[in-house]
Design a protein around this ligand. Sequence first.
Ligand code: PEP
Length: 249
Amino acid sequence: MVRKLAAGNWKMNGTGASLAEAEALRAALPAPTVDVLICPPATLLSRLSDTLSGSAIATGGQDCHAAETGAHTGDISAAMLADAGASHVILGHSERRTDHGETDAEVRAKAKAAIAAGLTAVICVGETLAGREAANTLSIIGGQLAGSVPDLVSADRLVIAYEPVWAIGTGKVPTLHQIGEVHDFIRAELEKRFGVGVGRAVPILYGGSVKGANAAEIFAVSNVNGALVGGASLRAVDFLPIVEALQAS
Ligand code: PEP
């Protein structure tokens, strides 16, 4: 059985005051029936992990370096994330691919480092609007999967997030048919590469303008096993209905 995951990506948002949102989430979700994850900015990771310690809500980073240690000013290693309480790390988010020019090969190296440090890598893939309009969506996703996902992963160390770049933070959402087409394709690619056992057990999240109002219909699409949520994960009152929709799906 594939595990369901509701993951929040706080991006570059949040200070100590935001821990109250995590407290509210914890109080509202004493025993969630799906996996729940919050990825705060690095400055909050340790405090958030402490806040959520003993709860069923996990914490994660938003990026890591491929090296274990060294002269990389401003960077954070996977082991450091784990030391700060993280169990997951988002890798290859389109904002990092755009803002920092991250390539598939770099994402793959980071994912290898993350898995070696005991983390679960949440690897993001997604087409631009130009890519979709040129009818290249599946070839783009296939290339990103082949290039970004490392070999020899076990299902519990990998999550794939399909995030169309044009849907992130825009309020635009693909049709349910478009989401299903890509998720079915990702599932087939994972099964081809890793075999049915591993390929069927890797959660595939949809990300891009997910809200309480559209979550249930998205979670009903085939091979959608949860969501990676940006804006609507910042406040418990917005994130909770998404978690509840996933629990009900
Ligand atoms: C994201 O950044 O991963 C994301 C999906 O953002 P939003 O939910 O705000 O579109």
